[in-house]
Structure formats: structure tokens, C-alpha cells
Design a protein around this ligand. Sequence first.
Ligand code: PLP
Length: 384
Amino acid sequence: MIYLDNAATSFPKPEPVYRASESFIRTQLANPGRGTHSLAQASAAAIERTRRLLAKLLGVSEPRRIAFNSGATAGLNTVLHGLLQAGDAVWISALEHNAVCRPLHVCQRRGVQVAQLPHDPLGRVLPGVLQQRLADLRPEARPRLLVVNQASNVSGLAQPLGDIAALAARYQVPLLIDTAQAAGCLPLGFNPSEVPCCIVLTGHKGLFGLPGCGALYVHPALRIRPLLQGGTGAHSGVPAMPEELPAGLEAGTLNVPGIHALGEGLRWLFGEGLEKVHKHEQALLLELLDGLARIPRVRVLGREDAGGAPLVSLQLEGMAACELAALLDSLGIAARAGLHCAPDAHRLLGSYPHGSLRLSLSALNKIEEVRTAVGALEEIASSL
Ligand SMILES: Cc1ncc(COP(=O)(O)O)c(C=O)c1O
């Protein structure tokens, strides 16, 4: 099987993730923070090791401001429901995932106003226009939150995050960043300690952890009301959730094996070198885009060139995306068709309601796999 659905979840994982996970589950898996015995301490050490690695990835000086959760969906819901109140305005990019749009649909019914950030036809935020809009508003009339998907899971387009973050800092408007498709593939491009921001991570894509595990960074200037209340292993006699992080956003037993595996994925990434991984993924992406450009009936959605996240959405004239995905699957190539949980992105790119076929790469894909997939698409297209 040639697996080109890494934007859904990366597969396979690097070998050390499998090996270390099995050994950890067999020998050290206890409940961190819920006892002082040595196994609980070993599990707690694994959690803190992953926290430090995530802090290194983001360039965050205080690892304790990173709380673990079940993934990007949990992080986005936590911030949207835990920050916004009736009367607040939130400005979002045109390429948001349903993990942003659906919680905001609920927030809207509770009196939150949602508007789109200014953008170009591909959905790229226009920092100059945004700057003008923020400058034109009195501070109290500015939005309570900006939300930006660092890289689109439909087109791969990367937002000018450094410029947006600089505006968030200048006008002191909190910024929520969804790094689901970017983490491990693209640098953040700004220093999180200088921007009032929340950064959402999911562990199972470019970071090579397992599904159901992610994390949320919260800048010290921001206070997020927790979605969940429960045991944290400390101060158990106090009725309220602790204020301090990470405990304040970590109610209940953590996904210890998931967090440990995420740590192994991060260790592998740092061992390989983020720069090297990025270069390899971009080489694969270029090969894919060049190959697709040679197929007359193929239309690539929402990107002008390589760069951004290593994924491509396409439509093949004369064949529905879901039929194309089924055909590829029968040839041993895994790809995902549909709306990719991002209907607004497809509306913008003209591919709603049928969606597109998405081919998404990982650091573990090989150039020959990309060539085989392009060859298969060429053959399918020429048979139409
Ligand atoms: C851009 C984006 N945001 C959020 C999510 C949700 O991530 P998770 O399912 O890990 O919570 C995804 C998952 O595909 C995504 O691509």
C-alpha cells in the first residue's frame, strides 16, 4: 500500500515510536501524578519529557504552559468556549476546519459574532488589510480573538503567520493558531512569548504520535476557562479546578501511552532534523505538483506552487473524487476524497459540495511512491 493520507493521520510511524511504545506500555504505564510510587513517577517523567519537547518545537520557554488533551479538536473547543462570551467578536480565516467552525456555530447562537479575516482568492490572509481594519477600530471594539489555520488541510496553503502574529501583538488581540497540518512540517515563524496566543497541536499527523493525543499552549497573558473539571492528582480537597497550568486544563487521567508515543515521534523528528524533514517533504511535494501539471484533466485546488503543508487537493475532470479514491485504493494507493471537514475552504475554492481528492505526504514517503501515484492518475485520466 502506498499511503498518501498523512493529513488524516500519518502512517506508518517511525520505527522507534513502535518499539518504544511497546516497551513503555509493558514496563512503565502507570497513572502520573496519582501516586508517589516509582511507576507513577516514571509515567510522570515521560509526560514531562514530551512537554519539554513540545516547548522546544514551539520555542516556548515555559513548558508548563502546555497542557495535554485529545488533539486539535479538544484544544480549539477549549479556547473558543473558554474565552469567548456573548457580545464578543471573533475573526477567522477562510480556510478553517470544522473543529473551529462547529464550536463557533454554537458560540454564535450564544451571541458571539463571527466574521472572516480579509483574504485573497486562495484564502491567504492579507496582513495589510487586517492591519488597517484593526487600526480603524477603537481598542474596545476590536475582536476578542483572531483564529488562523496555519496550513490548510484542503489546499496546504500556509498563512503568513509571522505577520498576523505581529499584528496580534501590536494591537493586543489574542490569536488562536491551529497547527494540525503544520506542526512538524513548517516552522511557527514567530516567538510565542511575544504574542498573546494559544497554539493548538495534534499529535498524530506530522509529529508522528498516535491518534487521540494533542496539546494546547496558552500564553501567560490569557486565561482560558476549562471545558472539563475533575481530578488533577493534587490539591484534591479544594472544590475548584486549579488556576495554574498545566493542571488547570488537564482534568482526568491523561492519555499516557499517547503522550509517550508523541514524545518518541518528536525525538525522531529532532534526531532527523526539522530542516531535513522539511526539505524532503518539499521535494516530494514538488515531484507531485510537477507530475500533476502534466495531466491535462487534473485541476489542483488552492495553490500556486510548492510550499506550505505537503498535501495537494485535486479534481479530475470527468470523474467524481470519491470514485477516483476508490479506483486508487484498488491500485493500492490510499488517498482521501470529500470535503475533508472543511466545507468553507471547498466553497472558497469552488469544489463544494463534491469536494476533491487529497494526496498528503509525510517525511516517510519516498519519491518512487509519489511517481507511482502520479503514473496511476495519468493512466486513469487517459482512460477517460
Ligand atoms: C486543520 C485541522 N484542524 C483540526 C483538525 C482536528 O484534529 P484532531 O482530529 O486531531 O482533533 C484537523 C484534522 O484533520 C485538521 O486538519
